[in-house]
Structure formats: structure tokens, C-alpha cells
Design a binder for this molecule. Structure first.
Ligand SMILES: [Zn+2]
Length: 491
């Protein structure tokens, strides 16, 4: 007999519906899965058979064939187990085929029939909400996350036995509810430190504010202990709160990667700080069915790369596309997977291998050639995309103790939000003028500093942000001058 149900498979950072058909016939007892399953799906055979044996008394011994369609797309992961078991039980008439034909099941089975949570519950629920039937059955640990998707009826179960009971009852159970908008509205402000923790550093603080207002990339250079990491960690606290769609998107990406551990809506902007030994696949994503990398996990937030020149040239090269376009593509077997990657890069480096070149703090012990080699590790094309280069000196003890209390994150964030609103308006209406003298100053700088066309364009963008922070929509010469000062050594 033939029966079918549905499950979800991931592709990029979203999910699509997979039809799961089963046929149970007499023959040698075996379970065959076709339709481009990967190893993890095929390994589910033993779990599924054992879970069924542990749950129902009289499953017919015989040959079961399960087909996953569309067959053209490669499918991976352990989340298929539950749907495969359910389709087999329907094909064997242990549950009514009609009762599962219009539902979607996800979950990894244990040998004893209990269910384990899976990755990707929210993107799966978003796919089910778009499908003609709106019912999704998931392990209990995934239910709150799945319920964040509107327009999808989510049921929570803990075992195969409980799933059979739910189906037999005609889904007579209370669907799990979550109100994502309310969760976001009541989320506490970002609590990961505050900008008022940073004493002194007025130049770096100014650069961080401009970067947050214009979503510009930032490179901080300074000796160890100057507070670069402390500043970087506070960048998300001065960015505007996530909008609803961004919160859903950010949560989906972490869910697909199996990193949304508490299963609720992510309401804070992500801050990712991968180590400099991170591989290319770890940074931009990889695998035969590609998973998101650090750049996508930082989408809508901050990607912090400490010890910037220590990252491999190969990894840094792969950052050029996402930093320019806000997204990246990974090609696998003729398919191009798109991954969102709209990040603010905050990079930090020492001025030289020992850390003290020209800092005045203590003598540098590096050879000039070693200093040059160290700086050359970060290629020009990448530096070209980093608009703000700023020195972060070590703060004197006197400045730490005598300077006034610095501004808090919320004060700075209000200015950032106002500037972003003004920038959005002037960009949309193409109203942001550039004073004649400002244009003249920029073109003189292009000649004198041999700026590339891209560098000139990006300098003008930073100048627009500086003007917007001052509530002006037209760019004036001092805005250009300040923007040029941040261009650093890279042209
Ligand atoms: Zn040195």
C-alpha cells in the first residue's frame, strides 16, 4: 500500500517542503530510501526501524521503499526520521493515510522511539505557513521556535507514540502559540556592556558612531590592552534595534546552523568573533549542502575579526564579496546557494607583530621588514572596502581617572537612529546634495592620494554619514576632510 506525508529540507538559509512517500510490500525485510538522501538521512533507517519496533506491536515485516521528492535536490540531516516513520505507518495502515497526507513532520528519532530536537524549526514553519496545508508536528524543544512563524499550526510531541496518538485524535490538541512581535517589543535593550564603560578614546568612539550610523566597515589599530575588543563588543549596543523581519531572519539563520539554543526569537543584533584560525568554510559557509558560516551568522550585526592580519589570505579574500554586496553565493553541483551577509565588519590589529610600533607606550622590537610584511598580509582590495581606519592608543591612567563620565550607548544610539533615518530619506529622494567646495576638495584628494574610483565613492558615503549625524542632508567640506582622515593607508 502507498501513503504519503511531508517534511522540510534546508536550502541556503530557508527550507522547502519535501513529499515523503512510502510503499510497504511483502519481501525481504528492508528499508530503502531514494530521492537524493545524504548519508545522515540513510543512517536514519536503523533509527526509524528500531523506533517503530519499540512503539507498535505488529508492524508487517517486509520491504519498505521511501521516496523523497523533489528527487533533484540533495537532502541532508536527521530531521527526516519522523516523517519517514509516519509515512511507513500510514502505508502499513497502522494510522489512516488521509490523516497524515496534509501534515508536515520533523524530528530525529531515538532507537526507543523518543524524539530529539532538530535544527531549522523556524524556517521549516515559515515554509509550512506558505504551503496549502498549515500543520507542522515537531519535537517539543523546537515547538516555541516553530510557533514564531505566523499562519502555521504547530503541535509539540515527545515520541513516535505520542505522534501516532495526535494523528489518531485528528490533531485534537492545543497548538503551541508564540507572539513574535510581542517578544520583540518587550525584549530588553542590548545588555552586553555599554559604551559608557569605555573611558577616553574620543577619536575611536567618534569612528564607531559614524560606522554604526552609516553601516561602514571599521579597522582599529592599536597596542594590546588599548580596549579594541571592548569597543568592538559595544558596537551592537549603539545600532538601532532589530526590525521584525530582521529578527525572524537572524533567528532563522541561527536555527539552520543549529545555534538557536534557547529556541526563542533572537532580539539582539548578533556579534560574532571567529578566531583567526577559522577556515574558509567556517567563515563563509560550506558542506555538501552548505551551512551558513560566520559572516551569515553575523548578518544584521557585527563581524569582529581580532588579530586581523593573522587570518589566512584565502579567508580574507573570501570576505570581499560579502563586504561589498551584503550577501554571498556558494555553488554546489550546479546549484547556487545564496546566503545573506549584511554585516558591519569591525577588524582590529596591532600596529606590528610585537604590538608597540610607533605607539609611544614602549619600544617596538620588530624589524622594519617584519612590520611591513605584517601589514601587507591584509590585501589592498580588502582594505579598500574598510572605510574607517582609526588608531586606538593606550589610554593614560590620568585620563582614566579624571575624564568626565562618557556617554552611554542609549544616547549614542539615538543619534545613530536619527542619522539613519535622514540617510534613508536623502538616498530615497536622491536629495543629499554635495556642496561645490566639498566636491572640489574630494577631487583634489583623489589626485593627491591617488584614490581609486571606489575609494572616492566610499569616502563620499562616509562624508554623507558625518553630515547626517550633524542633521544636515548636504555634504560640506569639513565632512569630506573628516572622512578622508579615516581612509588610512589604503587607497
Ligand atoms: Zn613591534
Amino acid at each position: 500500500m502507498l501513503a504519503s506525508t511531508h517534511t522540510c529540507a534546508r536550502e541556503g538559509v530557508s527550507c522547502y517542503i519535501v513529499r515523503v512517500e512510502a510503499r510497504v510490500t511483502s519481501g525481504l525485510p528492508q528499508l530503502v530510501i531514494v530521492g537524493l538522501p545524504d548519508t545522515a538521512v540513510r543512517e536514519g533507517r536503523e533509527r526509524v526501524r528500531s523506533a517503530i519496533r519499540a512503539t507498535v506491536d505488529k508492524f508487517p515485516t517486509g520491504r519498505a521503499v521511501v521516496n523523497l521528492s523533489p528527487a533533484s535536490r540533495r537532502k541532508g540531516g536527521a530531521s527526516f526520521d519522523l516523517s519517514i516513520a509516519i509515512s511507513m505507518l500510514a502505508a502499513a495502515d497502522i494510522i489512516l493515510p488521509g490523516a497524515v497526507a496534509k501534515a508536515t513532520f520533523m524530528g530525529e528519532l531515538s532507537m526507543d522511539g523518543s524524539l530529539r530536537p532538530v535544527a531549522g524549526a523556524l524556517p521549516a514553519a515559515l515554509a509550512v505557513a506558505e504551503s496549502p496545508h498549515k500543520t507542522l508536528v515537531v519535537p517539543r524543544e523546537n515547538a516555541q521556535e516553530a510557533a514564531l512563524a505566523r499562519g502555521c499550526r504547530v503541535f509539540a510531541v515527545e515520541s513516535l507514540a505520542e505522534t501516532i496518538e495526535l494523528v489518531r485524535s485528528g490533531y485534537d490538541a492545543e497548538p503551541i502559540r508564540a507572539d513574535a512581535r510581542a517578544v520583540l517589543a518587550h525584549a530588553p535593550a542590548n545588555t552586553d556592556g555599554d559604551l559608557s564603560d569605555v573611558r577616553g578614546q574620543c577619536v575611536a568612539r567618534r569612528a564607531v558612531e559614524i560606522a554604526a550610523a552609516g553601516a561602514h566597515h571599521l579597522l582599529m589599530s592599536g597596542p594590546p590592552g588599548a580596549g579594541k575588543t571592548m569597543l568592538a563588543r559595544r558596537v551592537p549596543t549603539i545600532m538601532p534595534p532589530l526590525e521584525f523581519e530582521q529578527a525572524i531572519e537572524t533567528t532563522s539563520i541561527h536555527s539552520i546552523a543549529g545555534l538557536n539554543h534557547n529556541g526563542s526569537l533572537m532580539t539582539a543584533r548578533p556579534f560574532r568573533a571567529p578566531h583567526h584560525t577559522t577556515s574558509g568554510a567556517g567563515m563563509v559557509g560550506g558542506g555538501s549542502i552548505p551551512s551558513p558560516g560566520e559572516v551569515s551568522l553575523a548578518h544584521n550585526g557585527v563581524l569582529f575579526l581580532d588579530e586581523f592580519p593573522q587570518f589566512s589570505a584565502h579567508v580574507l579574500n573570501q570576505l570581499r564579496e560579502p563586504l561589498e554586496d551584503g550577501e554571498l553565493t556558494i555553488a554546489r553541483a550546479g546549484t547556487r546557494f545564496r546566503f545573506p551577509a549584511a554585516v558591519m565588519l569591525v577588524a582590529a590589529m596591532n600596529p606590528c607583530p610585537c604590538g608597540y610600533y610607533a605607539t609611544g607606550a614602549r619600544p617596538c622590537t620588530c624589524l622594519e621588514s617584519a612590520v611591513a610584511r605584517y601589514r601587507a598580509r591584509v590585501g589592498g582590495p580588502l582594505l579598500d572596502r574598510i572605510d574607517l581606519h582609526v588608531a586606538v592608543p593606550k589610554v593614560d591612567f590620568s585620563e582614566l581617572t579624571t575624564s568626565a563620565a562618557p556617554e552611554s550607548s542609549s544616547v549614542v544610539r539615538d543619534r545613530v537612529i536619527a542619522a539613519r533615518a535622514l540617510l534613508a530619506r536623502t538616498t530615497a529622494e536622491d536629495a543629499g546634495g554635495v556642496a561645490h567646495e566639498a566636491r572640489a576638495l574630494l577631487s583634489r584628494a583623489v589626485d593627491k592620494l591617488a584614490l581609486s574610483a571606489r575609494a572616492a565613492r566610499r569616502t563620499l558615503r562616509v562624508a554623507r554619514t558625518i553630515a547626517a549625524l550633524d542633521h544636515r542632508d548636504a555634504v560640506a567640506p569639513p565632512d569630506i576632510a573628516e572622512a578622508l582622515q579615516y581612509r588610512g593607508g589604503a587607497n
